[in-house]
Ligand binder design. Structure first.
Ligand code: SAH
Ligand code: MG
Length: 218
């Protein structure tokens, strides 16, 4: 294997082929989203597998997603759940929510996933901490990330995970600008109740982004 950044596309396809091959159901979710005109900003198969792995690693039974789009990342996460598990996914766009619900139904995941329509901040404000989540995946409007962190912290059990997508996007961090992502990354890094690390992830053709992984220690 080459060990040079020029070969990132080869690493990307090597990893995806070995570890993150899509089955027909996952491919159909992506294709239905494309046909419905949704933007192609879903997680890559490699990142989807990483989400599934992390959910399994913490024995997740209750998962919260912020930003459903066409239900692609939701499907990877839902597959990590036991039969009586639950994934609540928050989405502001009615068309996205409708496409996701139908795709998840076709994938046999309806019983596990509830797509909740509305601005995430409002849906989160209505949630109580009585049934805490084992894992939260933040992947909606980037300027909202910092606020979502504050809202989800009380909703996650100790030892649970808070994951944030696009945490290493070039336009977000490499520029040095104080973007929503840069503010989120700094807030997480400075939070003594979290143990965090940035995991670089491939997103197709060797492009790289990051999943910021935080364990709630307190
Ligand atoms: N997690 C998805 C991708 C999500 S894209 C996947 O990987 O498959 C981001 C989504 O967040 C979009 O569908 C967008 O409509 C939604 N979104 C944007 N602002 C939001 C808000 N304030 N509340 C809830 N959802 C929001
Ligand atoms: Mg994303």
């Amino acid at each position: 294997m080459p060990d040079d950044a020029r070969f990132l596309p080869q690493y990307d396809s090597y990893i995806e082929t070995l570890f993150a091959g899509e089955d027909a159901a996952l491919r159909e979710i992506r294709e239905r989203a494309l046909v419905a005109g949704l933007p192609e900003i879903n997680v890559s198969p490699s990142e989807g597998r990483l989400l599934e792995l992390l959910a399994r690693a913490v024995g997740a039974r209750r998962v919260l997603e912020i930003g459903t789009l066409g239900g692609y990342s939701a499907a990877w996460l839902a597959r990590a759940l036991p039969a009586d598990g639950k994934l609540v996914s928050l989405e502001i766009d009615a068309h996205h929510a409708e496409v996701a619900r139908e795709s998840l139904r076709r994938a046999g995941l309806s019983a596990l996933v509830e797509v909740r329509l509305g601005p995430a901040a409002e849906s989160l404000a209505r949630m109580g901490a009585d049934e805490p989540f084992d894992l939260v995946f933040i992947d909606a409007d980037k300027d909202g990330y910092e606020g979502y962190l504050k809202q989800v912290l009380p909703l996650v059990r100790p030892g649970g995970l808070i994951l944030a997508d696009n945490a290493l996007g070039a336009k977000h961090v490499a520029s040095g600008a104080k973007t929503g992502i840069a503010r989120y990354n700094a807030a997480v890094a400075g939070n003594p109740g979290l143990c965090s690390m940035m995991i670089p992830v491939f997103r197709g053709e060797g492009s790289v982004d990051g999943l910021l992984v935080s364990v709630k220690t307190g």
